[in-house]
Write a new protein. Structure first.
Length: 261
């Protein structure tokens, strides 16, 4: 924590703003493409072959735009944002600036720059991350259940509506729905495991300068960052804002219990 400032500052958040905008655009394009893919088989009888040809070209253009936006986000914007956040975490943990972006009061513990501070910072990250992921999963599971019910309904009617079954199957089992849900489930579990490992580390008060303590902290830090990287999922900013007051108080209580304040 930087005691020279009493106001929270997080310049790293600027790297996440364009990602959020592209996620909104991608979601609109995804559902637009889904609607068009369902409509195309029936378009000949409604607007004729010429109109269907134009319809298909429009569909292909939207697919290419969706693909391009997805790749820009996943291959450039997200890795860049996570890299800058990781630099900020290490800068705060060891008191060494690694980028031009500044933060203040982003992490809250009393450790001086050290491996132990890295452990406390990672533990705070893991606490917030697992709770935000849990909140996101609450909504996601309900949506997935609805999709699966729709798929089962279409499956039982497949003899009369085979096109509908094919469309729902493509929609439900695409990377935007089932795969995203599974990745979020695994991500929440890995965040929780990182938090539990670090809680045990500070609970048993392993010597700050021991090689065992250093190995424990570095292992948890790497696991946390690897979980983010492999999932490629950004947690909801809205959920963070809603949970932040409660989780901040909870973290302060944990720090007091573990003598980290």
């Amino acid at each position: 924590m930087n005691n020279k400032s009493t106001q929270k500052l997080d310049e790293v958040s600027q790297y996440y703003a364009p990602i959020k905008k592209l996620e909104t655009i991608s979601m609109v394009l995804f559902w637009s493409n889904a609607a068009l893919s369902l409509a195309i088989p029936y378009s000949v009888s409604i607007i004729g072959k010429a109109g269907t040809g134009i319809f298909q070209v429009f569909f292909l253009v939207l697919v290419l735009i969706y693909f391009s936006i997805s790749q820009v986000s996943s291959l450039y914007l997200v890795p860049r944002a996570e890299l800058m956040r990781r630099k900020q975490l290490l800068s705060d943990s060891f008191g060494v600036p690694l980028s031009q972006d500044h933060t203040s009061l982003y992490y809250n513990n009393s450790f001086s720059p050290s491996v132990q501070r890295l452990g406390a910072n990672t533990m705070e990250n893991a606490l917030f991350s697992k709770e935000i992921a849990s909140r996101m999963l609450g909504r996601k599971r309900i949506i997935i259940f609805g999709y699966l019910l729709a798929w089962l309904f279409a499956f039982f009617l497949r003899h009369d509506h085979l096109e509908l079954l094919a469309w729902i199957t493509q929609l439900v089992f695409s990377g935007e729905i089932i795969a995203e849900w599974l990745k979020l489930e695994i991500l929440r579990f890995r965040y929780e495991r990182t938090y539990d490992d670090l809680y045990s580390h500070f609970l048993h008060k392993i010597g700050q300068d021991s090689s065992h303590a250093t190995a424990n902290v570095l292992n948890s830090f790497v696991n946390y960052e690897a979980a983010k990287s492999s999932a490629g999922i950004l947690l909801s900013t809205d959920d963070f804002e809603k949970l932040n007051p409660t989780l901040s108080k909870r973290w302060e209580k944990i720090c007091q219990e573990l003598d980290m304040k």
